[in-house]
Design a protein around this ligand. Structure first.
Ligand code: ADP
Length: 361
């Protein structure tokens, strides 16, 4: 049993907990002890070890938090060595909604209009989160242009078993698309009730298995699908994808308004096709870079990142290998990974603070 008070044998667990209790998570604004992020704290002969359990494996501040925790422990007299084991456990949003699903968090990706790169962002967000170690599903609910199968290189679903649908798996992500569930080449005119039952089926008849994040690619604009989705499951948050130019502003605002009306916390705005990197490596502003950031600031919601234009994005999308895998070191992939980390951090904030913080008001 570790001693409760300091003794010649080394520091007391209580003193270590106090020191760690002074370290704040920079985004959650609570200390590591209250957040239950320190587990399995042990001390033996001045050697301290513990697990630092982050709220997402994609935490952008993991090194900073670990360094601060280490420094705090080292400041306790008698500590000779500190061993930190990095772990992650993704907290889930409220399990409300009319259907029960096995995803801890459902994230909706929306855009005011088509062609802004919404599906591209959804795909790269999902793959990036999976790459960092999370269990991720991707649900393509874009009834007007279900192109997630092409982008993920998925062409069919496994055979259903006893009325249960199994998602395809690609690049570490479980994938379902409304496009894989209707007969190819047969146009469907979706009506409200049909859509509602299709969305329900995609959520409940699919063997998703336990997921940390289910990313939903919504159809562009505001319509029946987001309403159905938000009625069926609790949405942890929504991401709006927009273009930099001023004319995209009104569309993006409508998307933000839609999430507000549905009481869905806004995780933030992503500006896609922000700029182009010329042969000299310098960014070239094509469409008025910064429109997305300005919009986010004015609307009082977080900004999740600027994604440059790069032909590899389209090539990766057409070939079924998302750019963060086909060209992982390119600037666009670095930007996409940062966007995914910021989004994951925002999800933690919204879940832990109950979505009540100023930014989602
Ligand atoms: P949406 O889902 O909004 O309709 P998509 O994600 O399907 O948009 O993107 C539309 C097209 O633009 C696709 O061919 C895609 O590969 C391409 N694209 C998206 N983002 C970028 C980017 N940052 N650079 C280059 N091409 C892109």
């Amino acid at each position: 049993m570790p001693n409760a008070k300091s003794s010649s044998a080394g520091p007391a667990i209580e003193d270590l907990r106090k020191a760690l209790g002074r370290v704040e998570d920079p985004e959650l604004h609570k200390d590591l002890i209250s957040l239950n992020m320190i587990r399995d704290l042990k001390v033996e002969d001045g050697r301290v070890s513990f697990a630092l359990v982050l709220t997402t494996p994609a935490c952008p501040l993991r090194d900073q938090i670990a360094a601060e925790a280490r420094a705090a422990v080292q400041s306790v007299p008698g500590v000779r060595e500190v061993q930190i084991r990095m772990e992650a456990s993704v907290p889930g949003g409220k399990p409300s909604g009319s259907v029960t699903i096995s995803a801890r968090n459902v994230i909706a990706v929306a855009s005011g209009k088509g062609g802004v790169g919404k599906s591209t962002i959804a795909v790269n967000l999902a793959v990036s989160l999976a790459q960092s170690g999370s269990c991720v599903g991707l649900l393509d609910a874009d009834i007007y242009g279900p192109n997630i199968p092409t982008m993920m290189g998925v062409h069919e679903l496994p055979d259903p078993q006893e009325d249960r649908i199994f998602p395809a798996e690609a690049h570490g992500v479980k994938v379902i698309s409304i496009g894989l569930m209707v007969e190819p080449g047969r146009p469907l005119v979706w009506r409200g009730p049909m859509l509602h039952s299709a969305v329900r089926q995609l959520l409940t008849d699919v063997e998703w298995g336990p997921l940390d994040y289910l990313i939903v690619d919504l159809p562009p604009g505001t319509g029946d699908v987001p309403i159905s989705l938000s009625q069926l499951v609790h949405l942890t948050g929504g991401v709006i994808v927009t273009l930099p130019q001023k004319v995209a502003r009104e569309d993006a605002l409508r998307g933000l308004e839609m999430f507000k009306m549905m009481n869905v916390p806004i995780l933030g705005v992503v500006e896609n096709m922000s700029y182009w990197i010329g042969p000299d490596g310098k960014p070239v502003d094509l469409f008025g870079r910064g429109g997305g950031r300005e919009l986010a600031e004015e609307a009082g919601v977080p900004f999740l990142g600027e994604i440059p234009i790069d032909p590899n994005v389209r090539i990766g999308g057409d070939e079924g290998k998302p750019v963060i895998l086909s060209a992982p070191d390119s600037p666009v992939s670095v930007a996409l990974r940062e966007m995914a980390e910021k989004t994951a951090a925002r999800i933690s904030v919204v879940v832990i603070q109950g979505g009540t913080e100023k930014a989602v008001e």
